[in-house]
Design a protein around this ligand. Sequence first.
Ligand SMILES: Cc1cc2nc3c(=O)[nH]c(=O)nc-3n(C[C@H](O)[C@H](O)[C@H](O)COP(=O)(O)OP(=O)(O)OC[C@H]3O[C@@H](n4cnc5c(N)ncnc54)[C@H](O)[C@@H]3O)c2cc1C
Length: 320
Amino acid sequence: MAESLILIEHDCQQVKRPSLHAITLARQLGGEYALLLLGHGLDGIAASLVSYGASAVVVADDPALAEPLADRYATVIAEAARKRGAKTILGISSTFSKDILPRAAALLDAPMVTDVVAIEEMEGSISYRRPINAGSMLAMVKVEGERRLLTVRATAFELPAADAAPCPIKRFDFDAASLPNGIQFISREERKSDRPDLTEARVVVSGGRPLKDKETFERLVGGLADALGGAIGATRAAVDAGMAPNDYQIGQTGKVVAPELYIALGISGAIQHLAGIKDSRIIVAINKDPEAPIFKMATYALVGDLYQIVPQLIESIRRA
Ligand SMILES: Cc1cc2nc3c(=O)[nH]c(=O)nc-3n(C[C@H](O)[C@H](O)[C@H](O)COP(=O)(O)OP(=O)(O)OC[C@H]3O[C@@H](n4cnc5c(N)ncnc54)[C@H](O)[C@@H]3O)c2cc1C
């Protein structure tokens, strides 16, 4: 069976754990799979990947790849897929892969299926299940051709165990001088936070429109998240109003989360927001409107004013 090639994301220090979930899908597809790392100075990260049952950790390490410029990364991914004869190229559904994998699909002239949540064997070939219409429906998709690119919802697949015998780390050689130069790296803006990553957190506290401004959002949503050791999320309304940064947005056009506990503060429950939270194990909603749609999905509903409830909650959690 042909090899799958899995694009592993990292922050130059360590692997981004959600990208490992794509390994679980590769295992379900059957056959061998290799893990592909792109960047510069990757020895430590490559070494951390050898026990995931891959045939190899394939490392494209060059100063030209120090920053994730989409045109260069796509070129190297396409070249690695061709040289290794990989038929399925996988990544997780993330901003990084949304930028890069469609370009690699174009270079390989191959179809792409995004947001895969399950696979099924139908009429002798694999079909891919993916949400459509803001997650209100699921479609089964079949693709033609010998090669395909997939992005995978990390929340739909388990984190794989790292208990296999170590595999080799193989350097992938390519001609760095011939990589495209159309996109130039100018600067990186990063927000350092002690809070857990939104897509990996066990607890997520999110805020909506009634949080009014940045300071109130931080005090109430941030305060409750910190009391519970959780991450912060937001609705698009809160992001658009400048209360929270863009990368906090959860939903159809934001991030998809599946924490053990999701707490929604002043969130109505629009279908586009629910698309990003519906796999959460427990949903607690605080809303002053007893008819708010979020209550249909909530495990626990608290009808009341968040300005009264949340400070009391923070206080009692801290005391406990
Ligand atoms: C193409 C498209 C994509 C979109 N993508 C996303 C997305 O990815 N994520 C997303 O979130 N949205 C998305 N939206 C927007 C979405 O439709 C909603 O407009 C948005 O989610 C509403 O945010 P909200 O719940 O904060 O605000 P509102 O809908 O205004 O709800 C505010 C809620 O707070 C309650 N409330 C008010 N005051 C208090 C108080 N003091 N105490 C307690 N409760 C109170 C109200 O009863 C109400 O239910 C998208 C829309 C479109 C068209």
